[in-house]
Design a protein around this ligand. Sequence first.
Ligand SMILES: Nc1ncnc2c1ncn2[C@@H]1O[C@H](COP(=O)(O)OP(=O)(O)OP(=O)(O)O)[C@@H](O)[C@H]1O
Ligand SMILES: [Mg+2]
Length: 319
Amino acid sequence: MGWLSKVRSTIHKDKSNQESAGEANHVEITQVDELAVAVVDTEEQIQTDTTTKEDKEDKKAKKSKKTKKERKDEKESEELELDASFDQEPVDETKPLMIVSGVERSFQVGSQKLNVLKGINMTLYPKQLIMLRGRSGSGKTTLLNILGGLDQPTEGEVLFRDHPFHLWNDDQRTEVRRREIGYIFQTFALMPLLSAYENVELGLRMAGVPRHLWKHRVRHCLQLVGLEKRMHHRPFEMSGGEQQRVAIAKAIVHRPNLLLADEPTADLDSQMSAQIMSVFRSIIDTEKVTICMTTHDPTILEVADHVLEMVDGKFIKQI
Ligand SMILES: Nc1ncnc2c1ncn2[C@@H]1O[C@H](COP(=O)(O)OP(=O)(O)OP(=O)(O)O)[C@@H](O)[C@H]1O
Ligand SMILES: [Mg+2]
């Protein structure tokens, strides 16, 4: 079976698993939907296993008589092209990345109105690590979905880099999300039959980055999470912590400004959780990303720049 077929059958399986999980997490379903669209969009282009082809080209290039300087120049120009291809305004570190004002979210359940978020105010700046904590059911995931443009508030405003998410339709929010926001889930959400490299590559495919730029960026991101030696392993050949690091590489490969993580360490032991937190700290500096995550784990809170405690749909302390 070709790898595209593997992706398709995995998408199918993942979707039906999630849909049958009762309280289906719609963040993951949306992600799988986006992936399905990306795979179908690019179906025409993928006739061969690109990884093997590119590996061969790379070996050929190495054998050719290029000088060290020529190779360095080539790498630099590739990096410039990569920067340009992401087509993003540079982030001004002194300006807020996201401003959330008076956000409320209620759900109609039968004849009852359930008020889940009851007036959230927060401001996120570039290169921050923010943790949301609170009891189960307090509204953390609901808020994360709104920050990522997956859901909209019933009341209030959400400005992401001056984009009014609360006013925009699904298509407009999806466009910004694909280019500027990354997601990490408790359950890693990797394609089980694809290698670490192929899983990360999907992030670039979805963001529409030209394919000749993929290889360098994928390798770079796997290096950032310390997995360059595991790039050909498939998820079941890796530990939980390693799988979560692949998921991080995949989530940052398209250079998002905001990374949202819903309980990314919940399935990991304390040593692996500490590794994930150290990867988070280092990508905040190297990739200039802001991370907003939820957690129940008191041992990792000290790594955060700010901890926001949510009680019954409100923050006790706001930033
Ligand atoms: N689509 C929905 N329809 C109705 N109720 C919903 C919906 N989404 C969330 N809720 C309700 O909103 C409340 C908050 O849910 P949420 O998932 O945000 O909590 P949480 O803080 O993330 O909890 P946990 O720590 O268990 O993940 C819950 O009572 C939940 O049942
Ligand atoms: Mg939750």
